[in-house]
Design a protein around this ligand. Structure first.
Ligand SMILES: Nc1ncnc2c1ncn2[C@@H]1O[C@H](COP(=O)(O)OP(=O)(O)OP(=O)(O)O)[C@@H](O)[C@H]1O
Ligand SMILES: [Mg+2]
Length: 325
């Protein structure tokens, strides 16, 4: 038995009458992994996710959390171990933010002061100042703020597993990107096992270290973002990856700092040139800035110092690492 396995689906199926929604899938998700299920509408993503926390009973196969069949868990254990966040948040409208976040800890009978400090810690983690947000009601929040509260609530019981079904699907692109960045930042601190559903391949490539492509209830391919971009198994996956846009998406997964020619840090005044990037920027952004400024080399800046240079040729030759990160 591999103790690193957090979630295992073995030949799992879901039938509605004679219709097959999920068809004998095998999937192993390791502890601490950010696994994204991606595929077109109706392919069985939500059904798969909701079978993991028993919101939908599976018709066949086995679902194990840390090697234990989920049907043997009692309700309370299930709630404690698996957090769940969905699109449009599902917040209780007549409860304020603090009470919404405290839902699971209250069900688990945590002492009052522990619940209170958990709510405070989660609001801080999600960048929602306590005095401003704790006593607001869901209708007083923007979509992005409500979605943050939804994530905080899902994390409240300190679950091992976090399930997220298109949590950012209803947000505008800018808010969506900022919440994706927040989620990546939070994951670096909390190291949960996350299973995230989206139909947006760019979101999958950005967030995942394990992408699962589904179609018609089956898993078509599983790989790291890099491996998927390098070797899509068929035309369907290739189309999902954006066809001819693959090169740009690949550049979007590599950072300038990994491919630049470093130089000893040299102070440069900020107005000298606007055609510059930061080490953590992607090669895709560097390419876009080069095109816009019609230059073939950019200074790489860190805290008002030039720390390297990146050239068009370096971008053309950059190859991602193809291993699981
Ligand atoms: N309660 C139900 N009764 C009958 N069929 C269902 C039911 N729920 C889902 N299905 C079917 O199961 C299949 C998978 O649905 P699911 O909701 O998992 O898709 P999805 O990949 O999440 O799609 P979307 O991206 O649109 O949310 C679909 O064909 C759907 O019509
Ligand atoms: Mg769905």
């Amino acid at each position: 038995m591999n103790t690193n396995n957090m979630i295992q689906l073995q030949q799992v199926s879901k039938y509605y009458d004679s219709a097959v929604a999920v068809d004998k899938i095998d999937l192993t998700i390791n502890r601490g992994e950010f696994c994204v299920l991606v595929g077109t509408s109706g392919c069985g993503k939500s059904t798969t996710l909701r079978m993991i926390n028993r919101l939908i009973p599976h018709s066949g196969g086995k679902i194990l959390i840390e090697s234990q069949e989920i049907n043997t868990f009692n309700e309370q254990t299930l709630r404690r171990r698996i957090g769940y966040a969905i699109q449009n948040t599902g917040l209780f409208p007549h409860w304020d933010v603090a009470r919404n976040i405290g839902t699971v800890p209250r069900l688990l009978n945590w002492p009052k002061d522990k619940i209170q400090s958990r709510i405070e810690a989660l609001l801080a983690l999600l960048n929602l100042p306590y005095h401003e947000f704790a006593h607001k009601y869901p209708h007083e929040l923007s979509g992005g703020q409500a979605q943050r509260v939804g994530v905080a609530r899902a994390l409240a019981g300190d679950p091992d597993v976090l399930l997220m079904d298109e949590p950012f699907g209803a947000l505008d692109p800018i808010t969506r990107e900022s919440l994706q960045n927040e989620l990546l930042r939070i994951q670096q601190q909390i190291h949960k096992t996350i299973v995230f559903v989206t139909h947006d391949m760019d979101e999958a490539l950005k967030l995942a270290n394990h992408i699962v492509v589904m179609d018609q209830g089956k898993i078509i391919q599983q790989a790291t973002p890099y491996e998927l971009l390098l070797n899509p198994v068929n035309e369907f996956v290739s189309q999902l990856l954006g066809g001819e846009d693959r090169g740009l998406k690949q550049a979007g997964l590599m950072s300038v700092g990994d491919f630049m020619r470093p130089i000893p840090p040299t102070p440069i005044s900020t107005d000298q040139s606007s055609a510059r990037v930061k080490p953590q920027d992607t090669l895709r952004l560097a390419l876009s800035i080069m095109l816009w400024h019609q230059v073939e080399t950019l200074d790489v800046m860190l805290n008002d110092c030039c720390v390297g240079q990146i050239s068009l040729q370096q971008i053309m030759q950059a190859k991602p690492h193809a291993s699981f990160n």
